[in-house]
Design a protein around this ligand. Structure first.
Ligand code: 13P
Length: 250
């Protein structure tokens, strides 16, 4: 059985006070919904505050990105061991905002995935098609392409704990969530691709949906067979809304 994971990507929002408040609310909602896993992804400087607020609870804290390098002259970058040392245990890789605005492509993302796995950080690997790609009926091809790096032999033994987040670019921050049917169709495609990597991997890898998830849309999405949770942006910055999404996972 795959446990539902509700993850909040705060993006470049919040301050130390908000981090504390939000994580404390997450800890409460985790206690009220013990069968749901909850994780938050604050900006780097807020990770220590979030880790401190999460202490003694089952709330996991992660980073929104990591360097593809281990150390050295890479101004502005943050390595996997540095993230780990803050107490974070997870990391987002390949969010569309980084793919688009920072030109992150398959080679770089392969290196980032290697760094995360080598350090024992649990990655959430983000994928998703643009509106144009969907309109051209290329969604499945784009998803297959984005996931192709997982078939590299060096990753095979390490994928069972991987989390994938399907976030259609056209649904992010637009208020226009994919319908449960649209999301489930892509999640089923992803599950099919994972089957080629082995039954254990396809059975255990969690596939989250992300893109304008709200308390109203969450229950319908989370009821789908291959949707194992949500990666929430805007609504994760409001304690009540995020708690309602976690409760909808019940
Ligand atoms: P929104 O929930 O604000 O659409 O953001 C989704 C997202 O990008 C999460 O990573």
């Amino acid at each position: 059985m795959r446990r539902i994971l509700i993850a909040g990507n705060w993006k470049m929002n919040g301050d130390r006070a908000l981090a504390k408040t939000l994580v404390q609310a997450c800890a409460q909602s985790q206690q009220s919904n013990p069968q749901v896993d909850i994780a938050v992804f604050p900006p780097f400087p807020l990770i220590p505050e979030a880790v401190a607020a999460a202490a003694g609870s089952a709330v996991a804290v992660g980073a929104q990105d990591l360097s593809a390098q281990l150390k050295g002259a890479y101004t502005g970058e943050v390595s996997a061991p540095m993230i780990h040392e803050t107490g974070a245990s997870m990391v987002l890789i390949g969010h569309s905002e980084r793919r688009q605005r920072h030109q992150e492509g398959p080679e770089l993302l392969t290196e980032k995935l290697k760094q995360a796995l080598a350090e024992g950080l649990s990655p959430i690997f983000c994928i998703g098609e643009s509106l144009q790609q969907r309109e051209q009926e290329r969604t499945e091809a784009v998803i297959s392409q984005q996931l192709s790096i997982l078939s590299k032999p060096e990753f095979r033994s390490q994928l069972a704990d991987l989390v994938i987040a399907y976030e259609p670019v056209w649904a992010i921050g637009t208020g226009m969530s994919a319908s449960p049917e649209q999301a489930q169709a892509v999640h089923a495609h992803i599950r099919g691709l994972l089957t080629k990597l082995g039954a254990r991997i396809s059975g255990s890898v969690r596939i989250l949906y992300g893109g304008s998830v709200t308390p109203e849309s969450a229950a319908g999405l989370l009821a789908c067979a291959d949707i194992d949770g949500a990666l929430v942006g805007g609504a994760s910055l409001k304690a009540d809304a995020f708690a309602a999404i976690a409760a909808a996972a019940n």
